[in-house]
Design a binder for this molecule. Structure first.
Ligand code: ARG
Length: 587
């Protein structure tokens, strides 16, 4: 199908060149712009000619009229469709049968590879996402982060890149020491794993306990700082408790990752890299890139990027958040020399990353140009704000369980327990579909409210609606194997039979998939894939409504429409996988 487009571009380029005075440099096919006309009645492809008006000293509509006969006479595009000059455009009506055949054939033969491109072949892209602190379990904000990071990684891979998924576990700092302190005070030596308590929740409860306690005992804050100093100096008893509690937190967090389907190629730990940052800063100081204040703290002047100045190392030599990020970036590039490193981190850290990238530039790391902060907005429930100190955060596991219960109710209300065979498993998948689709369908930069009820709706732009369409198609394909599919089995696939408006629109949408991948990969936007899925499902729904499949009288028509349904199933499977929405054969 792509080939036909290229043939038309080349033909138009030749026709334009022929109209130029002798000796003028020719027009290349790359300069021909191609669009999709807003109304399919105007054609399948549209080539605007505005950009040649100046060069040719001629109105675009006149150019269109002048090249029309040349195009019609061009042997290279014989049989590749019919054309019309529509004002300043040349519009092409593609030969439907051939094109339909090409599209169907590509999808049905490439199957789970359909949509893959090699636009990013040879590119090494590291994606950092999630990056939790080990003093509490994952919350709704992490779910948004994880969805964006994991989905983007899958999309980039589909676009041909080599992708390396990383995480920085913030396992060091005063926040951890607060949970540790509370454990000493209130933990009674409890082992949550033995007690069957999800261990990250247990650590999080300790953190909340600390804040309650410190309201009555202001000295607790100072005690936490003292514990951090002990940790930094390597005190064995402190390290032991730290190891134990960090292990609990991480174990619980990883259970949640497993549940939501996100994974990492490598976990980095702040405790292991923060020292490296300090050494880098001291080196930069020696080279005169940074300067020292009277109190021995190290600073960078940000005037060249229109900002103030920023402290990189405290007077007492202790590391700051940015200190560890400097060490981390350098370590990562050393281990896996990336072309790009995408940080999926909330938009409240835009300033932090601006400074970080500038510091790395000043330190002479040429690869700083490949660093990118993919910022995203806040996510809350309609009922209120998240505050982790008071323990009012929206816990990730609890939210998924709520969604799952909602889905179970829906299955029961529809009397579908038997049909779905395993309601628990299906409900869990519907919950994940609802969650991930809802989170990804909003532009990343926007703040959003997570509406549980809306996300679970089977109508509209939701995960369950997409899953439902997938299940519906799967049901048709199952039926085709039974008595009901007799007619379709007897027929032959004849793509030229897919001539109706609904069939043609659906086919053309399926054909767009690889281009959508490239676009989503280039713009780092999974939202394009959720939007694409919605379009496919709406068009399938129209097709299904307008065109009987198994019930079509003509066996060839039935067979051909069935092939189209099969192609839609493949595209839905491939695309839902990219946005972390489980595909369901029944629901
Ligand atoms: N753990 C940090 C936080 O909760 C986010 C880390 C983001 N990644 C980074 N390389 N700084 O704010």
């Amino acid at each position: 199908m792509n080939d036909i487009r290229i043939l038309w571009k080349e033909s138009i380029a030749r026709a334009l060149t022929a109209l130029l005075p002798d000796g003028t440099e020719g027009i290349s096919a790359e300069r021909i712009i191609m669009e999709t006309p807003p109304d399919p009645n105007l054609g399948d492809l549209g080539f605007p000619l505005f950009s040649f008006a100046k060069l040719m000293h001629c109105a675009p509509a006149k150019i269109a009229a002048d090249i029309l006969p040349l195009l019609q006479a061009d042997p290279a595009v014989q049989g590749q469709g019919t054309i019309k000059a529509v004002g300043p455009y040349i519009n092409v009506f593609l030969p439907k049968g051939d094109v339909a055949g090409q599209i169907l054939n590509a999808i049905l033969t490439q199957k789970d590879s359909y949509g893959k491109t090699n636009t990013l072949a040879g590119k090494k892209i590291m994606v950092e996402f999630s990056s939790p602190n080990t003093n509490k379990p994952l919350h709704l904000g992490h779910l948004r982060n994880d969805a964006i990071g994991e989905s983007l990684s899958r999309i980039l891979k589909f676009g041909g890149a080599e992708v390396y998924k990383t995480n920085i576990i913030n396992d060091r700092g005063v926040h951890i020491c607060k949970s540790m302190l509370a454990y000493r005070l209130f933990g009674n030596g409890t082992d949550p794993v033995k007690e069957g308590i999800k261990p990250d929740k247990f650590v999080g409860d300790m953190y909340v306990r600390f804040h309650k306690y410190s309201k009555e005992h202001p000295e607790a804050e100072e005690e936490a700082q003292a514990l951090l100093r002990k940790w930094e100096s390597g005190d064995p008893e402190t390290l032991e408790l730290w190891t134990l509690m960090n292990g609990w937190a991480l174990q619980g967090i990883q259970q949640t990752y497993k549940r939501t389907g996100v994974s990492f190629d490598k976990l980095f730990f702040e405790s292991q890299v923060y020292r490296k940052g300090r050494a880098e800063i001291l080196e930069g100081l020696a080279r005169g890139v940074f300067y020292k204040d009277e109190d021995n703290s190290v600073w960078i002047d940000l005037a060249p990027i229109g900002l103030d100045k920023k402290v990189l190392l405290r007077g007492d030599g202790t590391a700051l958040y940015i200190t560890q990020d400097i060490g981390l970036a350098i370590t990562r590039h050393g281990e896996w020399p990336f072309d790009k490193l995408i940080y999926v981190v909330g938009n409240e850290q835009i300033y932090h990353f601006k400074v970080l990238f500038y510091v790395l530039k000043q330190l002479g790391h040429e690869w700083y140009t490949g660093l990118h902060h993919l910022a995203y907005g806040m996510v809350n429930l309609p009922e209120g704000k998240m505050k982790s100190r008071e323990g009012t955060v929206v816990d990730a596991d609890d939210l998924i369980t709520d969604l799952k219960n909602g889905a179970l109710e829906e299955i029961a209300a529809k009397g579908r327990e038997e049909a779905v065979r395993n309601p628990e498993e299906v409900a869990e998948k519907v919950a994940l579909g609802a969650l991930h689709y809802f989170l990804l369908q909003v532009d990343a930069m926007k703040d959003m409210l997570f509406n549980t009820k809306e996300s679970l709706s089977f109508n509209g732009n939701t995960g369950p609606y997409i899953q439902y369409m997938g299940a519906r198609i799967s049901s048709i394909l199952r039926k085709a194997e039974t008595e009901e599919g007799k007619n379709a089995k007897a027929g032959t696939v004849k793509p030229e039979l897919l001539g109706s408006e609904a069939e043609w629109a659906l086919l053309k949408k399926l054909e767009e998939f690889p281009a959508q991948i490239d676009k989503a990969a280039a713009q780092y936007t999974p939202t394009l894939i959720t939007g694409y899925l919605y379009d496919v499902c709406k068009l399938f729904s129209r097709f299904y409504h307008d065109c009987p499949i198994l019930a079509a009288e003509n066996p060839d028509t039935a067979a051909t429409r069935l092939a189209l349904a099969r192609a839609v199933q493949i595209v839905l499977k491939n695309a839902t996988e990219l946005v972390l929405v489980p595909f369901l054969e029944v629901m």
